[in-house]
Design a protein around this ligand. Structure first.
Ligand code: HSE
Length: 297
C-alpha cells in the first residue's frame, strides 16, 4: 500500500480570495492500493463515506479516466486529522490524496502541473488544492481550465495559530452568502491588499499583515455565519497577533503570530474560555514547504 501524507491548508489569507493559500504542518494520511472492489476504512473512526462517493475515490477515478483507464476498485485507509468543514482544506486533502495516489498507481503519467489543473477543476478553485499538493505559499489564477501558479517556500519566524470552533461551516453555504458583484473601489481595496500580503510575508515586513488581511469580498459576509468571529479577532490582536483572518471559507480564525510570542496559544485559550468561548480550540502550526508526499515509495 502507498502511504500518502497531505497537509492542511489555509486559503484566501484575507484579501486573496480564491487566489492565495498556504500549507500547514498538520496532516491527513491515506493508504491506497488497487483492488477489484471499493474497500474504504476510517483508521481513526472519523465519519467518512465508505462507498463510491468518497472524495478520494472520486478523484482517483477522475485521474484514471483522464488517463483512459477504468478504476474498478481501491483499498483506502484514511486517517483524518484535518477537521472537516472548518476552513483547513479537508476536501482538498482528499482530492489531492486521490490524484497523487492514483497517479502513482499508474506509474506517474501526469505531471505536477496536470495535477494542479485537475485538482482545481474538481474543487472549483485552486487556493487549497495547489498548496496541499505543492506546499509553501501558492499564488494561483484559475482560468477555468488551467492554473497559472507560483509556489514560494517560506522560511519565517511566524506561527500560524488556528482557532477552531466546535461547529462546521460548509463551503457551499459560505460561498452562497457572497455578493455577485462588487464596486471598482472594493476591487482595488482587495487586489492591493492581496499583493501586499505576499510581498510582506516573503520579505519579513510583518507589520503590514494586519492591513493586508482586510477584504471586502468574503470576510464581512462570512462573519455573519460565524458567531463570535469578531471577538476572536479582537482577542488575537490583544495577545499580539500580526494579523487574523478567516481561514478559507471558515469558520476557523487564523492568527499570524511571531515565533517569539511564546505563550500566544495559552493566552488565547485562557481568554476564549473566560469570554465563554470554550468551544474554540487553539492549535499552533508552521508552514509546510514540501506539500504532499508518498512516504513509502
Ligand atoms: N477560496 C475558497 C472560499 C476557499 O473562500 O470559498 C474555501 O474552499
Amino acid at each position: 500500500m502507498y502511504k500518502i501524507q497531505i497537509p492542511a491548508t489555509s486559503a484566501n489569507l484575507g484579501a486573496g480570495f480564491d487566489a492565495l493559500g498556504l500549507a500547514l504542518n498538520y496532516y491527513n494520511y491515506v493508504e491506497m492500493e488497487e483492488s477489484d472492489r471499493v474497500d474504504i476504512v476510517s483508521a481513526d473512526g472519523a465519519d467518512i463515506p465508505c462507498d463510491e462517493n468518497n472524495l478520494i475515490y472520486v478523484s482517483a477515478k477522475d485521474l484514471f479516466a483522464v488517463c483512459g483507464r477504468k478504476l474498478s476498485g481501491l483499498r483506502l485507509r484514511q486517517t483524518n486529522n484535518i477537521p472537516m468543514a472548518r476552513g483547513l482544506g479537508s476536501s482538498s486533502a482528499c482530492i489531492i490524496a486521490g490524484l497523487v495516489g492514483a497517479n502513482r498507481l499508474l506509474g506517474d503519467p501526469l505531471t505536477k502541473d496536470d495535477l494542479v489543473d485537475l485538482s482545481a477543476q474538481i474543487e472549483g478553485h485552486p487556493d487549497n488544492t495547489a498548496p496541499a499538493l505543492l506546499g509553501g505559499i501558492v499564488t494561483a489564477v484559475f482560468d477555468g481550465r488551467k492554473v497559472h501558479w507560483v509556489k514560494q517556500e517560506v522560511f519565517t519566524k511566524l506561527k500560524f495559530v488556528a482557532i477552531i470552533p466546535d461547529f462546521e461551516l460548509k463551503t457551499d453555504k459560505a460561498r452562497a452568502c457572497l455578493p455577485t458583484e462588487i464596486s471598482h473601489k472594493d476591487a482595488v481595496f482587495n487586489l492591493s491588499r492581496a499583493a501586499l500580503f505576499s510581498a510582506s510575508l516573503l520579505t519579513g515586513k510583518f507589520e503590514n499583515l494586519r492591513t493586508a488581511v482586510h477584504d471586502k469580498l468574503h470576510q464581512p459576509y462570512r462573519m455573519e455565519l460565524i458567531p463570535n468571529c469578531r471577538e476572536v479577532f479582537d482577542i488575537a490582536y490583544t495577545h499580539g497577533a500580526y494579523a487574523s483572518y478567516i481561514s478559507g471559507a471558515g469558520p476557523t480564525v487564523m492568527a499570524i503570530v511571531d515565533e517569539q510570542n511564546t505563550y500566544f496559544a495559552g493566552k488565547m485559550k485562557f481568554s476564549l474560555d473566560n469570554a465563554g468561548l470554550g468551544g474554540w480550540q487553539v492549535h499552533e502550526f508552521k508552514i509546510d514547504n514540501e506539500g504532499t508526499k508518498i512516504l513509502n515509495g
